[in-house]
Design a protein around this ligand. Sequence first.
Ligand code: PMP
Length: 329
Amino acid sequence: MNDSTDQDMTFGFAQPRGRVYGSITETVGGTPLVELPHLMREDELKSRLLMKLEFFNPLGSVKDRIGAAMVMDAERRGEITPGKTTLVEPTSGNTGISLAFVAAARGYRLIVTMPEGASIERRKMLRLLDAQLELTPARLGMAGAIARAEAILKHTPGAWMPRQFDNPANPAIHAATTAEEIWVDTRGEVDIVVAGVGTGGTASGIAHGLKPRKKGLQVFGVEPVESAVLNGDEPGPHGIQGIGPGFCPHTLDLHSLDGIMTVSERESIAAARRCARLDGVPVGISSGAALHAAMQLAQMPENAGKTIVTIAPSFAERYLSTSLFNGLV
Ligand code: PMP
C-alpha cells in the first residue's frame, strides 16, 4: 500500500480562502489569471498569453461585477432600499442573471424585459432566481425590450433602473477590481489587455485602472466585424452575444483605448473551440473574439516578449443552443 502521508496531496490547487462569506454577493471578483501554454506553443507565440477567467464569478460571468456594484452603489447613495424598490432592466444577457442573484440575495423585486427570442436556459435561470420576466415581440428586438422597461419604470412606484449602458458604477467597478486584480496577479508585468466591448465597462474600466500605473500599457477593445460601429460601419446582426450592441455606449471611454479590433463570429468560435480543445478552457463566444484578437497581437514582432492579458467574460455552457456547439454531437 502506498503511504501518501509524507507527500503533497494538494497538487497545487488554490489555497483555502481563510474566511466565511456572509452572502454570495461577497464572492464576486478575485477571478484567476491562467496561461494558455498549448495555444502559445502551437502558434509559436512570442508573447506570453494570459486569460482572466471571469466565469469563476458566482453566476458565471463578468457581469456579476456590475450586477452587484450597480445595486450596492445605488443603495449607498440612498436611491434604493431592499424590500421597497423594484429593479427593472432590459437585458437579454448575462446582466439579467447577475441582477437576479443580487436582487434575490439582497431582497429586491426584479423585472427583466427581453425579446422573445432569448434562450430557454436564460429564461429558466431568471425564473429560478425569482425574477419576473416580461417578454417583448422578437421583431422589435432590444428596442422593444427597452421601451417596455421604460414603461414599467414609469408606472411602478419605487422602481429603479440600473441602466448598464449609462451607469458610471459599471466602468468604476472594473477600475477598482478587475484592473487591480490583473495588476496584483501579474505583479505589474502586464503590457497589453484585450477585452470585448459590450457596454465598454470592462475595457474602459481596466484602462482607467491600469494606465496611470504603467507608461506604455495598451488596452484594446474588440467588436464584431459584422457590426463594427466603433470603426465607422453600420450596425448589423451578429452571433457574438454580449459585445457589439450597435451603438457607442456612454460607459465606453473610447479615448482610454488604443484601438478597437474587429473579429468575425467564425473567428471567435474557432478561437473559443481551440481554447477548449488545446488548453481545457471552455469559454463563450465573446471570449473567443478577445482571444482571437489577442493572438493577432501576440504574433506582431513589436509585441515579442510582452505579456498580453485577454478577458474571458463567460463559460461555454451558457451557449449550448448556439453555433458554438454546431456539429459537435
Ligand atoms: N461578453 C459577454 C458574454 C458579456 O455578457 C459582456 C457584457 N455585455 C461582454 C462580453 C462585454 O462586457 P462590457 O459590457 O463590460 O463591455
